[in-house]
Design a protein around this ligand. Structure first.
Ligand SMILES: C[S@@+](CC[C@H](N)C(=O)[O-])C[C@H]1O[C@@H](n2cnc3c(N)ncnc32)[C@H](O)[C@@H]1O
Length: 290
């Protein structure tokens, strides 16, 4: 694969230099925060990943979602007519399953393609969706019976933001309401440095031939990991840099944070109590009572 023009070739050279000059070691949240879920084109490409049944990277596969919903209905004692608040609801795949059981769902997410899909997918069900950033959300007075916050998005927030989002979620619950929060198990959290590369010509990073250079770094002081992805377009020489920081939490830290946000009793379910999920072992599920 040749860059198309001399300008493209010199952009490739500049991109390689930029990679060489990147901040080392990376600082969590300073050198990468979160994926651009809220950018319209990225969100559209991400939607394809959410719906792809060949992997469970963005959302789990349908059979696993159904098993989780059954488990969550039990843990949260949800009955038809009750209201569930789905924090970072994505394309509404969980909302649809709860909605079919008669549970009303209010979902919030800042991915525009996901919210548009959720509205269409849940048409006719008691579900409503809001496009918005959970760091600014205000659902105080929603009086939800329960809330869910799934698939690790909580730990991608800076710890101070995460604590604030817990307070905002607490305010959306009625007294006695429950929050179910899925957080990576600290014992299995990847605390090693690493790097990888591959080439492709389509998918999440763009529909053009590209070289993907990825790396992961563990910051032992902040107890956070940083991932950076350099995506080099091999035709134009343009480079896009994406990143993701992820905070590790022990059960004791998470429990203290939930108490700090106003929650009372906290139960833990390591590995989803052995539910048949491909990645169940990686997670601890917290159920906290307002
Ligand atoms: C891994 S996906 C999971 C989506 C959904 N919970 C599921 O499992 O199908 C993470 C979701 O979090 C959303 N998200 C991440 N940060 C957010 C923020 N600050 N505000 C709102 N949504 C956010 C993304 O747009 C994305 O839909």
């Amino acid at each position: 694969m040749q860059p198309n023009t001399p300008e493209a070739a010199s952009r490739v050279a500049a991109a390689l230099r930029q990679i060489y000059d990147r901040p080392q070691p990376p600082v969590p949240w300073r050198d990468s925060g979160n994926l651009p879920w809220d950018e319209p084109e990225f969100s559209q490409r991400m939607l394809r990943e959410h719906l792809d049944q060949s992997h469970g990277a963005a959302s789990r596969r349908t059979a696993e979602i159904r098993a989780q919903v059954q488990q969550m209905v039990t843990w949260l004692s949800l009955t038809p007519g009750q209201r569930l608040f789905d924090v970072t609801c994505g394309p509404g795949l969980y909302a649809a399953e709860f909605g079919r059981r008669g549970v009303a769902v209010t979902g919030v997410d800042f991915g525009p393609a996901s919210i548009a899909y959720a509205r269409a997918h849940c048409a006719g069900l008691p579900c409503e969706f809001h496009l918005g950033d959970v760091r600014q959300m205000d659902f105080a007075g929603l009086d939800a019976d329960a809330a869910i916050y799934l698939y690790g998005q909580f730990t991608v927030l800076k710890p101070a933001e995460a604590a604030d989002v817990l307070r905002r979620t607490h305010a959306a619950l009625k007294p006695g309401g429950r929050l179910l929060l899925e957080v990576l198990d600290d014992d299995l959290f990847d605390k090693k440095n690493g790097a990888w590369w591959y080439t492709d010509q389509g998918g999440l990073w763009g529909d053009f031939p590209y070289l993907h250079l990825g790396e992961r770094a563990w910051d032992p002081e902040q107890r956070a990991a940083v991932e950076r992805f350099h995506i080099l377009n091999l035709e134009t020489g343009e480079m896009h840099v994406y990143g993701l920081s992820d905070q590790a939490y022990t059960v004791a830290q998470m429990t203290e944070m939930l108490h700090g946000a106003g929650f009372g009793q906290v139960e833990t379910h390591p590995a989803w109590d052995d539910l048949a999920l491909k990645d169940a072992q990686e997670w601890v599920v917290y159920v906290a009572r307002r």
